[in-house]
Every structure is written in C-alpha cells, then in structure tokens.
Design a protein around this ligand. Structure first.
Ligand SMILES: Nc1nc2c(ncn2[C@@H]2O[C@H](COP(=O)(O)OP(=O)(O)O)[C@@H](O)[C@H]2O)c(=O)[nH]1
Ligand SMILES: [Mg+2]
Length: 205
C-alpha cells in the first residue's frame, strides 16, 4: 500500500464550515495529547501534514486531510478527519461542553463516514471518556477501530502483556501502534482499507 499524495483540505470550527463529503471518510478521535495528529502523520508517512503539539488541547477545529493511495488492487481516495481532542481539563467548562456536540455531530451526520479510529495511550488504558465514545459509536452503527498508541514508551517486555490486558478490558481487537517507530502501520491500514471498502476482507492476512 502506497500513499501517493496527502493534502490538507479544510479546518472547520463547526459542522457548517465543513466541505461536503466527497470520498469515504475515517475519523480519528481521542483524548487531547494522546497522539492523534502524530498517528495520522505516521500513517501517511509525512512528518508535518498535521501539526502536532506538546501543549495539550491545541486542535479546536475539525481538520480534513485527503489521501490518494494505491494498493495492489486499486487506486483510491480516502479522507482522514482529525477531530478535536476531548477530556482536556484545563479548558473552561463551557468550552468543554461544546466539544461533545461537535464530535458527536460530526460522527452522526457525515454520510460518507466508514469508521472511527479511537486512540488510547497504552500506558493509561481505556478511560471513561473513551468508553463513552465507543458506546456512542456502536449506538450509531459506526465501526470503532481501536488503537493503543505510544507503545514505544513501554519497555519491550511489557508491551505484549499491556496489549493483552487492553484487549481483555475491551473485548475488541486493538491495534498496538507507535508513531515514532511506525509499528502497527500496516495492520491499521488493512483495517482502514477494509472498513472503507477499498479492499476486501479476504485481503486481510
Ligand atoms: N514516544 C511517542 N510519542 C508520541 C507518539 N505519538 C505522539 N507522541 C507525542 O505526544 C505528543 C502529542 O502528540 P499529538 O500528535 O500532537 O497529540 P494530539 O493532541 O492527540 O493530536 C507529542 O509530543 C508527540 O510527539 C508515539 O507513538 N510515541
Ligand atoms: Mg492534534
């Protein structure tokens, strides 16, 4: 699988400002600072397509990126949507309240949405906000794709047990990931291509 092209399409502060959907879309959601933007950059192998930050809570807009990709079978476009991070305690209550509707509104209203990647820090595991989001996705029939990121921050001997514990907690497949080493990239792409109907399930090893 090659990413031939990746470009920023739009940054929208609200649903009304988003361009209408053109291609299949995959949303990326997770707590502020969990590594969402880094994950998207790592997936498309661009260092700076999406701005990353060491100051939590910076992304306040819905950012849409378009990738053109080539698999063994086909060429296709896919839109990746970086949603605002949730759960950042230092923002005002009013501001925090406004994310729920923005994130949920997007997930509910985009007709081209094929799945939502929910990103969790392997060292923190699933937190109540994440669990709520997964429940919400299931209630609206959007497939959650769970990613445990920052796996490189665990010593090698602790990775397998941590991922196993996470899978048990969720009762759901989890993709272990590191945006630093690229571990998990191929597996996550397989899931994304399948959920977007770009490649058949049979293509998954
Ligand atoms: N070691 C390590 N650091 C990461 C990884 N992913 C993100 N980070 C770091 O975590 C911080 C937040 O990342 P960012 O992608 O901006 O998070 P976002 O707020 O969820 O978009 C940055 O300092 C990143 O360099 C990872 O897989 N491994
Ligand atoms: Mg970000």
């Amino acid at each position: 699988m090659d990413v031939l092209d990746a470009e920023f399409i739009a940054g929208a502060p609200g649903l009304e400002q988003l361009p209408p959907p053109v291609f299949a879309e995959i949303a990326f959601a997770g707590r502020s600072n969990v590594g969402k933007s880094s994950l998207i950059n790592s997936l498309v192998r661009r260092k700076k397509l999406v701005r990353t930050s060491s100051a939590p809570g910076c992304t306040r807009t819905i950012n849409l990126f378009r990738v053109r990709l080539r698999t063994e079978e086909t060429e296709a476009h896919l839109d990746l949507v970086d949603l605002p991070g949730y759960g950042y305690a230092r923002r005002s209550k009013a501001e925090r309240k406004s994310w729920g509707p923005l994130i949920e509104g997007f997930l509910e209203q985009r007709p081209g949405l094929r799945g939502a990647v929910v990103i969790v820090d392997i060292r923190r595991g699933l937190e109540p906000d994440d669990a709520q989001l997964i429940e919400f996705l299931e209630s609206i029939d959007v497939t959650p794709i769970l990613v445990a990121t920052k796996i490189d921050k665990l010593p090698a001997s602790k990775r397998k047990p941590a991922v196993a514990a996470f899978r048990r907690q969720l009762n759901h497949p989890v993709v272990p990931y590191s945006s630093v080493t690229g571990e998990g990239r191929d597996l996550l792409w397989k899931r994304l291509l399948r959920v977007s109907s770009i490649e058949e399930a049979a293509a998954e090893a």
